[in-house]
Design a protein around this ligand. Structure first.
Ligand code: RTP
Ligand code: MG
Length: 139
C-alpha cells in the first residue's frame, strides 16, 4: 500500500539557508514518520524528468535550474492521509499566500524558491518516491 505515504524534497534554497533541521522538526512534530531519506543533488536531466509535467509552463527552465543548483533532502513520509495532510503542512505554493505556521510561510523565499516539495496525489507520491529510492532504502 502506498496510500499512507507522500514524497518530499527540502529544496536547494532551504538547504542553502540552513533550514534542514527546522523543516524536519516541523515534519516529525506533525506526526509524519520518515521511512526513507537521503541528501543528494539532482542533475539537470533529473530535474527535467522530475518536473516534466511542467515542461510547457513559462517557469520550467528556471525551475529546473533552481532544483539542480545544489543539494536537496529527499524523503518518503508516512502518516494517515499523508498527501493531503502534508500539502496542508507546507502551505500554498506562493509563501506570501501560505497560512501562518506552514513550512513555506516559515522558511520559503518566494513562489519559485519555496523551500519544500510535496506530492499532489497518491499516484505521484509513489512515482516520485520510486524516482529517488530503491526498495531496500525504504524502511
Ligand atoms: P511542488 O510540486 O514543488 O510541491 O509545488 P506545488 O505543487 O505547490 O506547485 P506546482 O504548481 O507543482 O509548481 C512546482 C514548482 O514550480 C515552481 N514554480 N515557480 N515562477 C513561478 O511562477 C513558479 N510557479 C511555480 C515552484 O518551485 C513550485 O513549487
Ligand atoms: Mg506540484
Amino acid at each position: 500500500m502506498t496510500t499512507n505515504r507522500t514524497f518530499t524534497m527540502i529544496k536547494p534554497d532551504a538547504v542553502e539557508n540552513g533550514h534542514i533541521g527546522g523543516i524536519l522538526e516541523k515534519i516529525t512534530s506533525a506526526g509524519f514518520k520518515i521511512v526513507a531519506m537521503k541528501y543528494t543533488q539532482l542533475s539537470t536531466r533529473d530535474a527535467q524528468e522530475f518536473y516534466a509535467v511542467h515542461s510547457e509552463r513559462p517557469f520550467y527552465g528556471e525551475l529546473v535550474e533552481f532544483m539542480s543548483r545544489g543539494p536537496i533532502v529527499a524523503a518518503i513520509l508516512e502518516k494517515d492521509n499523508a498527501v493531503e495532510d502534508f500539502r496542508a503542512l507546507i502551505g500554498a505554493t506562493n509563501p506570501a499566500e501560505a497560512a501562518e505556521g506552514t513550512i513555506r510561510k516559515l522558511f520559503a523565499s518566494n513562489i519559485a524558491e519555496n523551500a519544500v516539495h510535496g506530492s499532489d496525489s497518491d499516484e505521484n507520491a509513489a512515482i516520485e518516491g520510486a524516482f529517488h529510492f530503491s526498495g531496500r532504502e525504504i524502511f
